[in-house]
Design a protein around this ligand. Structure first.
Ligand SMILES: Cc1ncc(COP(=O)(O)O)c(C=O)c1O
Length: 447
């Protein structure tokens, strides 16, 4: 704090002047919220001087720790040159270099980059481009996406979203996509076990693609992990099987790696786990290491040439497109991902989850324990048969208990998860698991 306002003043003024995203208003008004005043590595500090491990990487954005010296220095150095200039009709070296660096780590076949400010706009841009290319061909237009998908909160992204609680209210403002079922192994519609899974669930999506192939402008997917939809982990092979079908009809494949990109799932991009190359790749969140808002839509030369031909100009842009400070943070983030062992160390770090999984497995009302890369999730139930999801009050109880032990988590309905920064130390990761386990065990309703 700057010393000008007391903690109580800040909270009071917040409640008088602000509205917080995805936060129930009456609960916020009644709460005594944390006021974050600093961070270091995987730790956040509040203005009372308490420390909290950042179990959500500040909502899946932070990759390499808070106050990362290299990223701090890159932003400061850029500040000495220029903070911002428009990208409309002008360019800058940093923006060109970042585009080259992004393309060098992306799946082969992507050769162009369009910058924007956040994951939702990265998706919006892919949808608009796919639509324009379709329109040029004079064909009908519709997108296909999955139930439980989340692609952001702008209207185009809402149209392809599949979470009724988030998207239902706004659907009248947009065009709803066709929806295929989500390949959620725990709620497998075919009653198969993950161990014996033959990815038959892909058949339903494939059938839909075949039925609507003449009207589809694109299919949009979150490869391998539907994060906001409840950390739905796909069975191996689903992505490649469905992608092959989509591509066999010449339908553009849009992969949204806003949450999964830059190592979260163990590979740099989740689609690389199954050797899938999309026509459009949307990235954001971790791109700047969780420092500044920047996103990018990567696309193919074929799409570029199509847009050049018709309409010849892409009427989409933002005031801060290609912001040099954000670009500097992104370049340093990519440098650290490439030059440090942060990615190669992930398999070894993941072993910390083994004992956590075993301990959770002994709690009868915990189920659907799953993990990929450094993402770990499990569901909480009111019954041992795992049919009744835990009530909001139970989940809130776990969240606040964890917080009181020095761990920030944020449940998604009855799902709890840890998504630490990739740079988390083994010790901090163990501590996150211990604190979350204690918070779960402390909930009498589920023990
Ligand atoms: C897969 C995916 N796409 C898009 C978005 C939207 O990103 P943003 O919140 O930066 O607009 C998110 C955000 O959680 C996401 O998880």
């Amino acid at each position: 704090m700057n010393g000008k306002n007391s903690l109580q003043d800040i909270i009071e003024q917040d409640k008088k002047t602000l509205l917080h995203p995805f936060t129930r208003i009456s609960e916020w008004e009644a709460s005594d919220p944390l006021v974050i005043s600093g961070g270091e590595g995987c730790t956040l500090f509040d203005s009372r001087g308490n420390a909290y491990l950042d179990g959500t990487s500040s909502l899946w954005v932070n990759l390499l720790g808070h106050r990362n010296q290299g990223i701090d220095a890159a932003i400061r150095a850029q500040l000495d040159r220029i903070a911002h200039t428009t990208f409309l009709g002008l360019t800058h070296e940093e923006g060109v270099l970042l585009a080259q660096e992004l393309l060098s780590i992306a799946p082969a076949g992507l050769s162009r980059v369009f910058y924007s400010d956040n994951g939702s706009t990265a998706v919006e841009i892919a949808l608009k481009m796919a639509y324009l290319l379709r329109r040029s061909a004079g064909k009908p237009h519709r997108f296909l996406s999955l139930e439980r998908s989340y692609h952001g909160d702008t209207l185009g992204a809402v149209g392809v979203g599949g979470i009724p609680r988030f998207h239902g209210t706004f659907l009248p403002l947009t065009r709803e996509s066709l929806k295929a079922p989500s390949p959620d192994c725990f709620h497998c519609p075919l009653g198969l076990k993950r161990e014996t899974c033959s990815i038959d669930c892909a058949d339903a999506a494939i059938a839909l693609v075949r039925r609507h192939r003449d009207e589809l402008s694109g299919v949009i997917l979150e490869p391998r992990l539907q994060a906001a939809g409840g950390m739905v982990l796909w069975p191996e092979g689903y992505l490649s099987r469905l992608s092959m079908e989509i591509k066999s009809h010449g339908i553009p494949l849009i992969l949204d790696e806003v949450a999964t990109g830059f190592g979260r799932t163990g590979a740099c991009f989740a689609c690389q786990l199954e050797d899938v190359t999309p026509d459009f790749l949307c990235v954001g969140k971790g791109l700047t290491g969780g420092y500044l808002p920047l996103a990018a839509t990567l696309f193919s030369e074929e799409s570029y040439l199509g847009l050049k031909k018709d309409p010849g100009i892409f009427y989409h842009g933002h005031s801060y497109t290609g912001n040099p400070l954000a670009v500097a943070a992104a370049r340093e983030t990519l440098r650290q991902l490439g030059d440090t062992p942060v990615l190669s160390e992930l398999p070894q770090k993941r072993t910390v989850f083994d004992s956590f999984r075993a301990a959770l497995g002994c709690i009868p009302k915990i189920g659907n324990i799953r993990s990929i890369g450094l993402v770990f999730a499990f569901d909480v139930f009111m019954d041992t048969g795992h049919t009744i999801p835990a009530k909001d009050s139970v989940m809130y109880g776990i969240q606040t208990d964890a917080q009181s032990r020095g761990l920030i988590v944020r449940p998604l309905l009855n799902t709890l998860y840890l998504i630490p920064p990739l740079s988390v130390s083994r010790h901090d990761l163990e501590t996150m698991c211990e604190r979350l386990l204690q918070a779960v065990r402390n909930q009498s309703d589920i023990m």
